[in-house]
Design a protein around this ligand. Structure first.
Ligand code: ZN
Length: 296
C-alpha cells in the first residue's frame, strides 16, 4: 500500500509539473508582426509575445509607448531584427530590462544596401561625405533569411528555457518545412518569366531580399524614406513606360500619393503589397502572386 501511495505521488508530480511550467509562458518581445509570427510558430504555448509596432504604423519611424516599455520590463527575451527604431532605441530597450536576453536575429547576415544609395551615389558624396550606407532591414520578406531567423529564435528559446529545448527544436523543424513549401511555390511562380519582364515598381523598397531570392528587380519610388522629387518622379514614369510596367505596389501604412500619380501616368493600377502582415506564409504567397500577375 505504501508503495502504491508513493507511486501515486510520483504520478501526480509528473502530471502537475509540465502543467505548472505551461502556466507561466516565457515573455518574448519583438519589433514587427512577421517576427512575432515566427516566435509563435517556434514557441507555441510556451511563449507569450509582445509586438512593438502595431498594424498600420510605420516600422521605420516608430517610437515605443510607455506601456510597451513596461511590457519590455517583464520580457525574458527580445528578438531584435535590426530595424531603425530598434537600433535607435536599443540602449533604452536594454536599460528597461537588464536581465532580458537580447537576441540579434540579423547576426552574421550580409545585409543589402538600400537601393537609393546605388542610384544617387555621386550626389550623396558631394552632399554628405562618407556616411555609412543605409542597410535594408526588411530581412523577413525572403525565405532564405527567414530560415536563419527561425533557427536563431529556436536557439534563443532553448537557451532561455532549456527544459523545453526538444519542443523548440521540433517546432523549428515543422515550421521550416512550411517555409520550404512557400519558397518552392514562389520559385515555380517565377520560373518561366523572361529576363526583360522581371521588374516591379514599389513605393517603399521593402522587397529587396525577395527580389534577390527570385531573380527580380525592385524599382523604388520612395527616396531615403521621403516622397520623390518631381524630377525623380518623371524619371520613374519614363523608366516604367520603357519597361512596360503596368502595376505600382504600395503598402497600407504608407502614403500612396506618388504611387497613385505614377499609376495614373502609366495607365496602370495601384496594388497593395504588405511586408508587415502577421500571417507570413499566406501573405508572402499572395504578394508573390500579385507580383507575378504584374509581370505579365
Ligand atoms: Zn520598411
Amino acid at each position: 500500500m505504501r508503495k502504491f501511495i508513493g507511486f501515486l505521488c510520483v504520478m501526480l508530480m509528473t502530471c502537475l509539473l509540465p502543467g505548472l511550467a505551461l502556466a507561466k509562458p516565457m515573455q518574448v518581445a519583438v519589433g514587427v508582426a512577421p517576427v512575432e509570427h515566427f516566435a509563435r510558430m517556434i514557441g507555441g504555448d510556451l511563449v507569450r509575445t509582445t509586438v512593438l509596432v502595431p498594424a498600420g504604423s510605420d516600422a521605420h519611424s516608430y517610437e515605443p509607448k510607455p506601456s510597451q516599455m513596461r511590457a519590455i520590463a517583464a520580457a525574458s527575451v527580445y528578438l531584435f531584427t535590426g530595424l531603425e527604431f530598434e537600433q535607435a532605441w536599443q540602449a533604452r530597450l536594454r536599460g528597461a530590462n537588464p536581465r532580458m536576453t537580447f537576441v540579434a536575429l540579423d547576426a552574421g547576415m550580409k545585409k543589402m544596401v538600400m537601393p537609393e544609395h546605388h542610384e544617387e551615389h555621386e550626389e550623396h558624396h558631394v552632399a554628405g561625405g562618407h556616411e555609412a550606407p543605409e542597410l535594408d532591414p526588411h530581412i523577413w520578406v525572403a525565405p532564405s533569411q527567414v530560415r536563419r531567423m527561425c533557427a536563431g529564435i529556436a536557439d534563443a528559446f532553448s537557451k532561455a528555457d532549456p527544459a523545453h529545448a526538444k519542443t523548440y527544436a521540433a517546432n523549428l523543424r515543422a515550421y521550416l518545412k512550411r517555409v520550404d513549401a512557400v519558397d518552392a511555390q514562389i520559385r515555380m511562380l517565377f520560373a518561366n518569366v523572361p529576363a526583360n519582364r522581371r521588374n516591379f515598381l514599389v513605393f517603399h523598397p521593402a522587397w529587396g531580399y525577395f527580389a534577390r531570392d527570385y531573380g527580380l528587380t525592385q524599382i523604388a519610388i520612395q527616396y531615403e524614406g521621403k516622397e520623390p522629387s518631381p524630377k525623380r518622379l518623371a524619371a520613374i514614369i519614363g523608366d516604367a513606360k520603357t519597361k512596360g510596367i503596368k502595376v505600382v505596389f504600395a503598402q497600407p501604412e504608407m502614403s500612396q500619393r506618388s504611387a497613385a500619380t505614377i499609376a495614373k501616368s502609366i495607365g496602370g493600377r495601384l496594388v497593395m503589397a504588405d511586408p508587415l502582415a502577421s500571417d507570413w506564409e499566406t501573405n508572402l504567397l499572395n504578394v508573390a502572386k500579385s507580383f507575378r500577375q504584374a509581370l505579365q
